[in-house]
Design a protein around this ligand. Sequence first.
Ligand code: PAF
Length: 275
Amino acid sequence: MQVHTTIASLRAARAHAGRVAFVPTMGNLHDGHIALVREAARHADTVIASIFVNRLQFGPREDFDKYPRTFEADREKLAAAGVAHLFAPTEAAMYPQPQSYHVDPDPGQASILEGACRPGHFRGVATVVLKLFNIVEPEAALFGKKDYQQFMVLRNMARELALPIEIIAGETVRAADGLALSSRNGYLTASERAEAPRLYRQLAAIAAAVRQGARDHAGLEAAAIAELERHGWRPDYLSVRRRADLQAPRQPDETLVVLAAARLGTTRLIDNIEI
Ligand code: PAF
């Protein structure tokens, strides 16, 4: 695997790479990322991954500075998984001058749920992803469903801006006890880690109830929030939405997803289950 720290070096290698599938990451890789790499290989001649902790998508009081940076371990995992080229730019290479042009996603999609709790987050995500797309020029790009709203925003960005890139979703990878794998799980203390799967269990219980015909979404959501709070969580949201645009469901036949974000101690976890 070749590691490229400059845009010029990555572009020179990409020119000979054939059909490319791209897996953008912020590093601190877990099995969820590796599953995306393996899926990527099914869609292309060459898999290119990136590692870049993108300052633009973190709020001023968020964890940009303490976000785990584990480059050597990440490099080994990506090489073992068959990545041909790793783009790992320095901040100076990605943002040689402050980024003054941005992608503003539709506020109806980007200012709800995660966007309501993290103002400007999806603007930062969409801006860096479009920039990475312009550097890598992939035919396909893969994003995990754990960040469900991120996937939706990026898929819609690709559609609306007519990007010639297939946006592919990867399933959420979970630990044996149900906790969705996430780089932020590393912030949890041992007792928080034992508590953390409750978020998944609450979502799974709602998904099961709705599949069996329960229609009182508000009642199910309130009961799950109360149960989390009883166990020391501080939920930001827990909500049944329609998959297509993450708005409140209106028709009985819509396909749904239940999404949540909640803090356990100082760690903010998100998860979702398609219903
Ligand atoms: O999902 C992530 O890790 C990031 O949001 C992404 C897509 C790499 C953009 O920085």
